[in-house]
Design a protein around this ligand. Structure first.
Ligand SMILES: Cc1ncc(C[n+]2csc(CCOP(=O)(O)OP(=O)(O)O)c2C)c(N)n1
Length: 980
């Protein structure tokens, strides 16, 4: 707060008054009481200031704060400063009046800074009457009209040493209630508030553009309006989600890129919704007009040789370089699905990965720029999740620039129905972002705000929000009739000149242009587009842009062929070296004694080369990649320790809580970095973020772990829209790994199933890999395979829980060594009975294998073979057929612990049947042995779980086919299975 006028006599007066207020608020004038009460976080500042100013003039402690050292002057004050002379009795009254005016004026200033935006002229349509606020009334602060022309001492506030109340009020209104409304007083950091005050108060927050600047703004407004008009003429009624009404977006984006570029930004990753996207593509990203027109004619954006299912025009991404004043900024607009706002997290992950790649530790070289609709910004929960990343270690990106294209409507819904708060941007206050609202009919104001916020982001590294208040000239899309639902709004819009028309008129009135020149600008643009339109029919895309930069050398559209032999085994010396590092008790770290025991056990595994457990194999996979030069990033809730206390990737010093990461200490300084992050408690944004990270950096193994697999359903949009379909829709490859704890151990409905059925249903066209391993070695190979192949596919792993500590779920070091490989299917190497005599083959995947194995041994069953399908998708059909062909006379059973409508059954049923058709064996169909169909994935009662589990194992190993209940059949049919 500005307190420079608080000196000498004023301070004495105020100190006494405040002292009185503290003792009894009712004893002071109500306006003063309100002032002191509302000081809020400024109170401490005021007290300090008063204390300093009044030192020497009043006894210590007079304002209720004991003086820490009554002899020495308070900190920061000049010891030699002379105490202010006490006022004489004659001028006492005048001084008091003056001080009172000053303080009341200060309260008024504060009210305008805090709430002035409520009177600002933000709505181009002026549909909503500007709200009033009592605190913005001089009467609230104890002034009357009679006070308007009295001089008030202001000591520099609003740039005035002294001013009349009228002058002050005028200045406040111009600054805070023009076509820009500023919200920044919620920011706690005094430096940031002062920076903003200095940036907007001396210039009264008025844009001051040169003739050239104004011309550039008019040109961009012309591009924006002309483009939509042109499309409207050429493709009448075709959906384009025009920016019409919000044309100022285009000059605003130009300003953001230009100013950020001048301040050191080299790359901007952009995310945006449908609204105005085509306009941004051509006018900001400089996608050729003819390329877009060609797409309007129904042609693919990619060369004929490129496969993929494609996407609608207004979802596509692109990249380009833009240069302003010699500063080149690389722009990449991220492709996105219809689902509003989900791309935000993906953009942030990409930004973070690029910052890491460039060593941009200050996060000033790469920036995220997100555009939003007002309804989506207020409504979608991922907005809050993404703001949550703003300042977190491992996820911060140095502040995202948010632009809200606030057309005051969402499809057919008015703001009154779509949010509770005053502004659609209120959510941004959770990170104390400055929020500038600007009237889009005043493009200079919008561009001015863009400039200030770009500077603020670079200075302070936090999110900023530009809320561009506009309107939507047509329906939600160009075929919609908006008057069905908003007749009054659209009546107002009909008669409302375009923002460009208004701006051109203003510049003509300012004498900068003639109307003829302004019109000429538009017709020139239209001619240029007409020429490109003509050229569009011959337009041929000559390259797809998806394997450039960091992706050079990665093959497109790779296939996970069944017999591809990826060299994923690691050098034995490397395995041992990594093993030693991850089992060492580090010097100088007070490791928890239980973990010391675990480390000893780990050391033994490495030394003997035996009994390597799950977590150790996982760490060996990461460690070997690290020494081979690939970074590894693992993020998820509590994944440092591991939900099941199995990983301990971070050792916490028991005395200091310092964190030690063994995997970063294999070859310190000579290995790639391992990043392990306990993430925020969100799924949607987290999975999006890590997917985005994986898009930017194919050489980094990027993993996201769910606390329990089921929780990944909170991130379903990212799974459906990006991970499993991004390659097909947008030719974007990702090697992201999803780790999803899964398995039936009696932990209830949500902690049992990662819902494999969902992933299998989404599997097609080699879009990803879905796996459920039974050996640590297979996990090791699968993780390394992600990096060692020359293509990228996402990998979904159903991670075990009880197997983490299962005695038999272990591998040898040899199983990870140079001669070892990933096994898609694991046949039965334990059975002694000759294959032709085997009565039954049980196919299964994951943990249930160990339940079957145990019971087989316990019951001395020797004629049932157990075959494990380790990779469910891509389905290893030939290997499975080969395995089944060994057992010519056996029945074939699929065993799973999940209910029949879940898990794998509906996915494997036909596939096994087709395998049996292809080979010469007796069995024709697989028999199902598992839980019956169920609404809930698992029981919550342990006793029932155990009973069910024993039953399904019994069915799988022993029960004659006719007696095993088959799902989806009428009861009468049960039992007829074998005959069919
Ligand atoms: C998650 C999600 N829900 C619903 C929709 C359907 N939808 C498309 S646009 C839209 C309105 C968006 O309003 P706003 O965010 O204000 O943007 P505008 O279209 O007004 O620019 C809706 C509901 C969607 N695309 N995504």
């Amino acid at each position: 707060m500005d307190t420079t006028f608080l000196s000498g006599a004023n301070a004495v007066f105020l100190s006494e008054l405040y002292d009185q207020y503290l003792k009894n608020p009712a004893a002071v004038d109500p306006s003063w009481a309100a002032f002191f009460r509302d000081l809020g976080d400024d109170r401490a500042e005021l007290i300090a200031e008063l204390h300093g100013a009044s030192w020497g003039a009043t006894p210590a402690g007079v304002i209720g704060v004991p003086d820490p050292d009554p002899v020495a002057p308070p900190k920061g004050k000049d010891k030699s400063a002379k105490p202010a002379a006490a006022p004489t009795a004659v001028d006492q009254a005048a001084v008091m009046k003056q001080a009172e005016d000053s303080i009341k004026a200060l309260a008024l200033v504060r009210a305008y800074r805090t709430r002035g935006h409520q009177l600002a002229d933000l709505d181009p349509l002026k549909l909503e009457k500007n709200a009033s606020h009592p605190e913005l009334d001089i009467a609230y602060h104890g002034f009357t009209e009679a006070d308007m022309d009295r001089q008030i001492v202001l000591g520099g506030v609003m740039g005035f040493d002294k001013a009349t109340l009228r002058q002050l009020l005028d200045a406040l209104k111009v600054t805070y209630c023009g076509t820009i409304g500023v919200e920044y007083m919620h920011i706690q950091d005094i430096k940031q508030r002062e920076w903003l005050q200095k940036r907007i108060e001396p210039n009264r927050n008025q844009p001051a553009f040169s003739l050239e600047g104004k011309k550039a703004i008019l040109e961009r407004m012309t591009d924006a309006e002309g483009f939509e008009k042109f499309l409207g003429i050429k493709y009448t009624g075709t959906k384009r989600f025009g920016v019409d009404g919000g044309e100022a977006l285009i000059p605003a984006l130009e300003q953001i890129i230009k100013r950020s570029g001048a301040l050191g930004v080299k790359q901007i990753v952009i995310g945006m919704p449908h609204r105005g996207r085509l306009n941004v593509l051509v006018n900001v990203m400089h996608k050729p007009f003819s390329a877009l027109f060609s797409e309007f004619q129904g042609n693919s954006p990619n060369p004929d040789s490129v496969e993929g299912s494609g996407d609608v025009k207004y979802h596509l991404g692109t990249s380009s370089d833009r240069t302003f004043d010699g500063n080149t900024v690389h722009l990449s607009l991220t492709a996105n699905p219809s689902h509003l706002e989900v791309v935000d997290a993906v953009v942030l992950g990409k930004v973070r990965a690029k910052q890491d790649q460039m060593g941009d530790k200050d996060r000033k070289q790469v920036m995220g720029l997100l555009m939003h609709g007002d309804a989506a910004f207020a409504g979608q929960g991922i907005i809050a999740e993404c703001f949550g990343f703003s300042q977190i270690k491992g996820y911060a990106t140095g502040g995202t620039f948010h632009v809200v294209v606030n057309n005051q409507i969402g499809f057919t819904t008015t703001p009154r129905y779509s949010r509770s708060g005053l502004y659609c941007t209120d959510i941004a206050k959770m990170v104390e972002a400055p929020i500038f609202h600007a009237n889009a009919d005043d493009p200079e104001a919008v561009v001015h705000c863009a400039r200030i916020l770009a500077e603020f982001r670079q200075e302070f590294g936090i999110d900023v929000v530009l809320d561009m208040v506009c309107y939507r000239r047509f329906g939600h899309n160009e075929g919609d009739e908006p008057k069905f639902t908003q007749p009054l709004m659209y009546k107002a819009i009909e008669g409302h000149p375009t923002a460009r028309t208004l701006y051109a008129k203003r510049l003509v009135e300012e004498g900068l242009f003639t109307q003829g020149e302004a019109d000429g600008m538009m017709s020139q643009f239209m001619h240029m587009m007409e020429a490109d339109f003509e050229a569009a029919s011959g337009y041929k895309p000559n390259k797809a842009d998806w394997l450039e930069g960091a992706w050079k050398g990665i093959a497109s559209m790779g296939e996970e062929e069944e017999f591809r032999d990826d060299a994923t085994g690691a050098d034995m010396n490397i395995l041992k070296e990594v093993g030693m590092a991850i089992s060492a008790v580090p010097d100088g770290v007070a490791v928890n004694s239980k973990i010391v025991r675990q480390l000893k056990a780990k050391r033994e595994m490495i030394e003997t080369g035996k009994d390597i457990d799950w977590a150790t194999a996982e760490a060996l996979a990461y460690g070997s990649l690290l020494v081979e030069g690939n970074t590894v990033r693992l993020s998820g809730q509590d994944c440092g320790r591991g939900t099941f206390s199995q990983r301990h990737a971070v050792l916490v010093d028991q005395e200091t809580e310092a964190r030690y990461i063994p995997l970063n200490n294999i070859r310190p300084g000579k290995q790639a970095r391992f990043e392990v992050l306990d993430s925020p408690l969100s799924e949607l944004s987290l999975l999006g973020f890590e997917y985005g990270f994986s898009l930017a950096d194919p050489s980094s193994l990027t993993l996201w772990e769910a606390q329990f697999g089921d929780f990944s359903n909170a991130a379903q949009m990212i799974i459906d829209q990006f991970i499993n379909s991004g390659e097909s829709k947008w030719l974007r490859l990702s090697g992201l790994v999803m780790l999803l704890p899964h398995g039936y151990e009696g932990q209830g409905p949500e902690h049992s199933s990662a819902r494999p059925e969902r992933y299998l249903q989404l599997s097609a066209q080699d879009n990803w890999q879905v796996c459920n391993f039974t050996t640590p070695a297979n996990l090791f190979h699968a993780l390394r395979r992600q990096i060692r192949r020359n293509f990228r596919k996402p990998l979904v792993i159903f991670e075990p829980k009880s197997l983490l500590r299962h005695k038999r779920c272990v591998s040898t070091l040899e199983d990870l060594g140079p001669a070892s490989r990933f096994q898609r299917v694991i046949g039965d190497s334990l059975i002694k009975t000759p294959p032709a005599k085997v009565r039954r083959v049980v196919l299964c995947t994951g943990k249930v294998y160990y339940d079957l194995l145990q019971t087989r041994e316990d019951k001395g069953i020797d004629d049932v073979a157990l075959v494990r399908v380790e990779q469910l998708y891509p389905w290893p059909k030939e290997t499975i057929a080969k395995e089944l062909a060994k057992y010519k006379n056996a029945e074939v059973v699929w065993c799973q612990e999940e209910p029949a409508n879940m898990g794998y059954w509906t996915f494997v049923d036909r596939r096994i049947e087709y395998a049996l058709e292809d080979i010469d064996v007796k069995a024709k169909r697989p028999i199902y042995a598992g839980r019956p169909p169920a609404a809930s994935p698992a029981t919550g009662l342990m006793k029932i779980h155990v009973k069910e589990q024993n039953q399904l194992v019994e069915w799988a190993l022993n029960t004659p086919p006719a007696q095993i209940p088959q799902p989806f059949r009428r009861v009468a049919k049960i039992g007829k299975m074998a005959a069919e």
